[in-house]
Design a protein around this ligand. Structure first.
Ligand SMILES: CCCCCCCCCCCCCCCCCCCC(=O)SCCNC(=O)CCNC(=O)[C@H](O)C(C)(C)COP(=O)(O)OP(=O)(O)OC[C@H]1O[C@@H](n2cnc3c(N)ncnc32)[C@H](O)[C@@H]1OP(=O)(O)O
Ligand SMILES: NC(=O)C1=CN([C@@H]2O[C@H](COP(=O)(O)OP(=O)(O)OC[C@H]3O[C@@H](n4cnc5c(N)ncnc54)[C@H](OP(=O)(O)O)[C@@H]3O)[C@@H](O)[C@H]2O)C=CC1
Length: 425
């Protein structure tokens, strides 16, 4: 049996963001490989008229958890959905639930965040900075806590070209940002946000960087690690290939390509695109939790979960592979047959956006209107083009991330664990 899987046996684990893309895969892997764990606490907010319990029931009955039901039939008894809202200063957790979390938790995986690039700065600060600060305060009151694992992003320092596994100081003190968000109104925040964000591309990456500073400042005597994944894509192997449940990161663009919506993407074929499958990120996350709890390093460690310097994939390889796959496995109700190519400058991008994206959508909507149906394609195409404009920053340049700590950790794994968890090389 895997040393790491055995470590999580009997453990009480707290996961924030467990209803999200990464959180679900993390939860699934824990239940499938460590079915004798004691309990997984998840902080879940009510959403879309569903109670936390209804949301958990839906997740456990999804395709992602089919294997879990075979190896961990009592999974429903081992998961504790705690009603919580990280937008609230006290997380809106009941006193009884708080007491149970504080007295029982052994490992914390903090995945929750707002990952939207166009989120309001106030909301991004509340979730990615203040909530992290609040969770660290809770963790400092957990007598049985063995490790606190914070999920950040490899792009938290995307204003730098070469990024080491260290925490870089931010130009703004996180606590001052948190305090100012409490009394500034939205109009003033909108006015000063560009100056505060500075040379970060959006509130998301800026507040993830602030969140890392808070982890460093509020670490107290906690045993903490930070993991920085790059662009997280669908599962590679576990629990089955190709699982994804949102349009974030590469997912929306690949799906738009398969649906025949996307016909032109501004990218340079030789540029490396740093994408990592979500199950590889989760494998590293669990390995880090084990290493931090068992080996107890004397200082906080940062782990880059990136592929660029270990197993690089450039656009010239990724593009044709994606096209071949979506042609081999056609999407239902596609707008057009998949066919896309790269553009390399603003002029050709504008031209192909007009000719291959906007114009066909307008013509299609005109036909819908003529036949008494509601036009919808122009709105969808505009959303796609807006999404592409927001991710362009991450596509048109490349970064270098050192992976010393991650490679050191891989060398510490048993042969069984290394076989299972090392796919970046
Ligand atoms: C030859 C070419 C072949 C193609 C090759 C492709 C290779 C892979 C491409 C790799 C690209 C990588 C770029 C990602 C870089 C990220 C780097 C940072 C690392 C991170 O930490 S990312 C963390 C995760 N965050 C994100 O990925 C961004 C989060 N998303 C957003 O911020 C919002 O989605 C966005 C972009 C602001 C758009 O917001 P909005 O317009 O409001 O859309 P919604 O997401 O709310 O969805 C509403 C509605 O629109 C539909 N929709 C959204 N996106 C798409 C899309 N891309 N294509 C089609 N439809 C889309 C969605 O279904 C919703 O419909 P409803 O009916 O539900 O309203
Ligand atoms: N996806 C990617 O490409 C990458 C992601 N990351 C990081 O990984 C982590 C997980 O990202 P990912 O899974 O993609 O994000 P998702 O948006 O899929 O999940 C975010 C999670 O946070 C929860 N959450 C958000 N707001 C609240 C709130 N107010 N109260 C309680 N829970 C809340 C969401 O709950 P709910 O379901 O209720 O909305 C959800 O479970 C994040 O920290 C992100 O920065 C890093 C690099 C790349």
């Amino acid at each position: 049996m895997s040393t790491i899987a055995a470590f999580y046996g009997g453990k009480s684990i707290l996961i924030t963001g467990a209803t999200g893309f990464m959180g679900k895969v993390l939860m699934e892997k824990l239940f499938r490989t460590s079915p004798n764990l004691k309990v997984i606490y998840i902080l879940v907010r009510p959403k879309a008229d569903q109670t936390p319990q209804q949301r958990v029931f839906q997740i456990l009955n999804s395709k992602l958890f089919e294997k879990v039901k075979e190896v961990c039939p009592d999974v429903h008894e081992k998961i504790r959905a705690i009603s919580a809202d990280l937008n609230q200063s006290d997380f809106a957790i009941s006193k009884e639930d708080t007491q149970e979390l504080l007295s029982c938790t052994n490992i914390v995986f903090h995945c929750a965040a707002t990952v939207r690039f166009d989120d309001h700065l106030r909301h991004a600060v509340q979730l990615n900075v203040a909530a992290t600060q609040q969770l660290l305060l809770m963790a400092s009151q957990m007598p049985k806590l063995e490790a606190f694992i914070h999920i950040s992003t490899a792009y938290s320092n995307c204003n730098l070209k070469h990024i080491d596994e260290v925490i870089y100081p931010c130009p703004v003190e996180p606590k001052k940002i948190i305090d100012s968000m409490e009394w500034l109104d939205d109009a003033v925040i909108d006015e000063i946000a560009p100056k505060l964000i500075g040379d970060w591309p959006n509130a998301y990456t800026f507040t993830k960087a602030l969140g890392e500073m808070v982890v460093q400042q509020e670490s107290r005597n906690l045993n903490i690690a930070i993991i920085r994944p790059s662009i997280v894509g669908a599962t590679w192997q576990e629990p089955f290939p190709g699982w994804v449940d949102n349009l974030n990161g590469p997912n929306g663009i690949i799906i738009a390509t398969g649906k025949g919506l996307l016909r032109a993407l501004r990218a340079t074929p030789k540029d490396v695109l740093d994408v990592v499958p979500v199950d590889i990120v989760v494998n590293l996350t669990l390995a880090v939790g084990w290493y931090m709890a068992v080996r107890r390093p004397t200082s906080m460690l940062i782990y880059h979960c990136t592929s660029g310097n270990l197993n690089p994939c450039n656009w010239g390889k990724m593009g044709p592979q994606v096209l071949a796959t979506v042609k081999k496995f056609p999407f239902e109700k596609a707008f057009r047959r998949p066919n896309a190519d790269f553009t390399t400058n603003t002029i050709t991008t504008l031209y192909w956006n007009t000719v291959s994206h906007r114009a066909p959508a307008i013509i299609y909507d005109f036909c819908l209107w003529l036949t008494g149906r509601k036009p919808r394609m122009t709105k969808l195409m505009n959303r796609l083009i807006r999404s592409l404009s927001l991710v362009e920053y991450f596509i048109k340049q490349t970064w270098e991330w050192s992976t010393y700590n991650t490679e050191m950790l891989m060398s510490e794994l048993s042969p069984e664990d290394r076989r299972v968890r090392t796919a970046l090389t």
